[in-house]
Unconditional design. Structure first.
Length: 277
């Protein structure tokens, strides 16, 4: 009789746990850590008339669906998204759902497990991270600080028309990150945290540059794989290239003094234009 009561109590607790469970996934630790570090988008930013080491922010919205896991972040000047797809075989979604957590706290907990471990991550009233070596717990956040921006980047469609807000970005380029990398390195030496993309459609030429003054700057042409649309110039603040897989072609959508969009099949970054003054 006592055992029967204990079993019933256990079953009741299991059912209660199922009712509060918001999300459950299994994922390779290194895959999640890499994505979390990317969506923080740390680097040099030009803000308030000076260059600072900053990030996009320390909160991430994580959504799980039958397609896989989507991580999103945003601040007032940029938005980003990374998809870890189910067919990649590094993630299994047992229960779809949406949560928001602090990036640094989650990465710290994940670093307590072996890098190649398949972790069980379950969200209910709090987040549980389970692996062969133990169980970690951490709090969930109620919302991302910018829920409207998160909703926008979560649902942003990349198709024949790329639209940010009400602006269609009509110039589309495809470039190779490995060719852009030395140009970005040159720009980083100037240490101002700003980049200018200047596309000349008549010559199908893209120049990436940065400038601290009339006598201090860097610029170089970058080879283009494909291009369409009119000439356009956009300047923006903060890192962009390190966010993307360097082995995959990078698509760029832009328009004069409008947001600039970078994307490949699994990664998306939107930057607001920097306008002097």
């Amino acid at each position: 009789m006592v055992w029967h009561t204990r079993i019933e109590d256990w079953r009741t607790k299991v059912e209660q746990r199922k009712n509060v469970m918001k999300m459950n996934i299994q994922i390779i630790n290194t895959k999640l850590i890499e994505a979390l570090k990317k969506v923080k988008v740390k680097g040099k930013y030009y803000t308030g008339g000076s260059t600072k080491n900053e990030s996009m922010g320390n909160h991430v919205a994580i959504g799980a669906s039958s397609n896989g896991v989507r991580l999103c972040n945003a601040n007032h000047f940029a938005m980003c998204r990374i998809d870890i797809e189910s067919h990649d075989k590094t993630v299994i979604v047992n229960k779809p759902g949406d949560i928001v957590v602090e990036i640094d706290k989650l990465v710290a907990n994940l670093n307590g497990f072996s890098k190649d471990t398949l972790l069980d991550i379950e969200a209910g009233d709090y987040l549980e991270i389970g692996g062969p070596s133990g169980l970690a717990k951490m709090p969930l956040m109620m919302n991302h600080p910018l829920p409207a921006a998160i909703n926008q980047i979560q649902n942003m469609s990349i198709s024949d028309k790329v639209i940010v807000g009400k602006t269609e970005l009509t110039t589309k380029l495809q470039i190779l990150p490995l060719l852009v990398e030395p140009v970005v390195k040159g720009c980083k030496i100037i240490d101002i945290g700003r980049y200018k993309f200047d596309y000349d459609s008549s010559r199908e030429n893209l120049v990436i540059s940065t400038s601290k003054s009339a006598t201090e700057g860097f610029s170089a042409s970058v080879g283009i794989v494909e291009s369409e649309g009119e000439s356009a110039i956009v300047e923006f603040s903060g890192p962009f290239l390190d966010f993307f897989n360097s082995a995959v072609a990078l698509n760029v959508c832009m328009r004069d003094d409008a947001p600039i969009v970078f994307y490949n099949d699994n990664e998306l970054l939107v930057k607001a234009p920097f306008i002097e003054g």
